[in-house]
Design a protein around this ligand. Sequence first.
Ligand SMILES: Nc1ncnc2c1ncn2[C@@H]1O[C@H](COP(=O)(O)OP(=O)(O)OP(=O)(O)O)[C@@H](O)[C@H]1O
Length: 253
Amino acid sequence: MSLFTVKQLTKSYPAGKTAVNNLSFELNKGECLGLVGESGCGKSTLARCLLWIESIDSGSIYFKNEAIEQLNERQLHPYRKKIQIVFQNPSAALNPKLKIKDSLIDPYAQYRKELNLSHFSYTSKDAFVKQLLEAVELPSDLANQYPHELSGGQRQRVTIARAISIEPELIVLDEPTASLDVISQGAVLTLLTELRETLNLSYLFISHDLAAVRQMSQRIMVMKEGKLVDQFNCDHLFAEERHPYTKELISIF
Ligand SMILES: Nc1ncnc2c1ncn2[C@@H]1O[C@H](COP(=O)(O)OP(=O)(O)OP(=O)(O)O)[C@@H](O)[C@H]1O
């Protein structure tokens, strides 16, 4: 089943070049779709368009057959709950003045009236936070600490716990391990794979690191200068018909 169907999506910035140029693709429920391309090719712009925090110039984005560009802000509210994002830099994503438990509870507090959780259950704030920390393999005593008291890897686990707290259908992972050391990177990627299976999540996994994208994804899309130049199943990565740019990326990974 298609979760996202994107048709001929174009987005440009005033006085700038076209960041996303006539992009079409589908993202299926339960899959991890990888998006790879060099810095500046338009990956994050595409992510912001899908989250509808950036308007589009033309084209369509369907979420489960509903055209999101036709929804008003009130109609977008339930849509926003179904899609969460994890950014590259967990320090910027967490409020330094809030204890971890207060950051973690934020999405739940925002959407609690509409939530029908099946994996997590809310009995009290402390118990809920404990479940979330356990899900990302963090000790529960981190709940009372502040972001600066945690390591980068721990902080990124907190942002992942926050993203999964309202059991979204899709998480956009925008370079989620780029700020971490190699060991933490591997551990976070393994955790994300386990969470996708346990919580039946779908991912759009954005990275300039083809090796990480290959480890995580079932299908891969390759972007170059705003355009989608290649898309294929992971097991076809080394096939002869790959686009020359994909072959170039393979040669450097
Ligand atoms: N708010 C903005 N205003 C003007 N131009 C922008 C804006 N955001 C992005 N751009 C431009 O759009 C293009 C695509 O940027 P984008 O951040 O989407 O690329 P990216 O592939 O995510 O890069 P990176 O991997 O470095 O994050 C770039 O040329 C960038 O300069």
